[in-house]
Design a protein around this ligand. Structure first.
Ligand SMILES: NC(=O)c1ccc[n+]([C@@H]2O[C@H](COP(=O)([O-])OP(=O)(O)OC[C@H]3O[C@@H](n4cnc5c(N)ncnc54)[C@H](O)[C@@H]3O)[C@@H](O)[C@H]2O)c1
Length: 251
């Protein structure tokens, strides 16, 4: 028996980076994974990669800022399985800008993907998750949800809201057999961080602030997601799990 045999999972933003690693890890543990990703080519590619490794996956073109896309993908999960056991809200982006110059359009863009998308999936997905009887929502927040960093105020604000949302939903959904937790990654090498982490001075400063003296790997976030999704975390809800090499533990 693998840890997630018979489970049905949906991972948003699973075409690349952390979401891709999470989708693959859930499938390796036996879940049927719905890869919900704005880039249809990436969605299909990850579903194919999972199938090539012997797993089960379905790719969907989903823009988490569009209510109709979210309803459509949940409808296809319902038709295929009648329930949803694991929802990983991972899609996210950032816009670097000094806060005083942040445009209304950029603020809306960050909020609509990082926060409104999570809100919609958690609300519209409720009925399918309830039918699971043993469901888990994993929200990918960030250590920047409760720490500041120059030019990332909008990003931090949305991630802080996701942490608050996680705790509120954990309380409200507990009676329906739905656990809700958040992962707060530190700095992990993906397309999102590639440019910043290639700036030698910034990269060195971040490593110097990380007790483990390295950046994280997507697989290390995926392992945390599998744990929170599995029965090993059966009494864990409303938690935020930092996966950051000790960065936020350090004064
Ligand atoms: N990489 C890090 O260091 C780090 C740290 C903390 C938190 N995070 C969070 O982890 C999550 C994944 O980040 P990543 O580093 O893998 O980024 P990434 O850019 O590598 O991947 C993000 C994925 O989300 C998809 N996406 C973007 N907008 C979307 C939308 N509207 N609808 C559906 N999909 C959409 C992208 O196409 C991409 O495939 C994000 O929520 C990010 O904020 C990342």
């Amino acid at each position: 028996m693998r840890r997630l045999d018979g489970r049905v999972a949906l991972v948003s933003g699973a075409g690349n980076g952390l979401g891709r690693a999470v989708a693959k890890a859930l499938a390796t543990e036996g879940a049927h994974v719905h890869v919900a990703e704005i880039d249809p080519v990436a969605a299909a590619r990850v579903a194919d990669e999972i199938a090539a490794e012997g797993g089960a996956a379905t790719g969907h073109a989903v823009d988490v800022t569009l209510g109709q896309d979210i309803i459509a993908v949940l409808r296809s999960v319902e038709v295929a399985h009648g329930k949803l056991d694991i929802l990983v809200n991972n899609a996210g982006l950032n816009v670097r800008a000094d806060f005083r110059h942040l445009s209304e359009a950029d603020w809306s863009k960050v909020r609509e993907v990082n926060l409104d998308g999570v809100v919609r999936f958690a609300r519209e997905g409720f009925e399918l998750l309830r039918r699971s009887g043993n469901a888990s929502i994993v929200n990918v927040a960030s250590i920047l949800g409760d720490h500041g960093m120059r030019q990332l105020v909008a990003y931090s604000t949305t991630k802080g809201a996701v942490i608050a949302l996680t705790k509120g939903l954990a309380v409200e959904y507990a009676g329906f057999g739905i656990r809700v937790n958040a992962i707060c990654p530190g700095f992990i090498e993906t397309a999102l961080t590639a440019r910043a982490l290639k700036i030698p001075a910034l990269s060195k400063a971040l490593i110097d602030k990380t007790p483990m003296r390295r950046f994280g790997r997507p697989e290390e976030i995926a392992a945390a997601a599998v744990f929170l999704a599995s029965d090993e975390a059966s009494f864990v809800t409303g938690a935020t799990l930092a996966v950051d090499g000790g960065m936020t533990a350090q004064l």
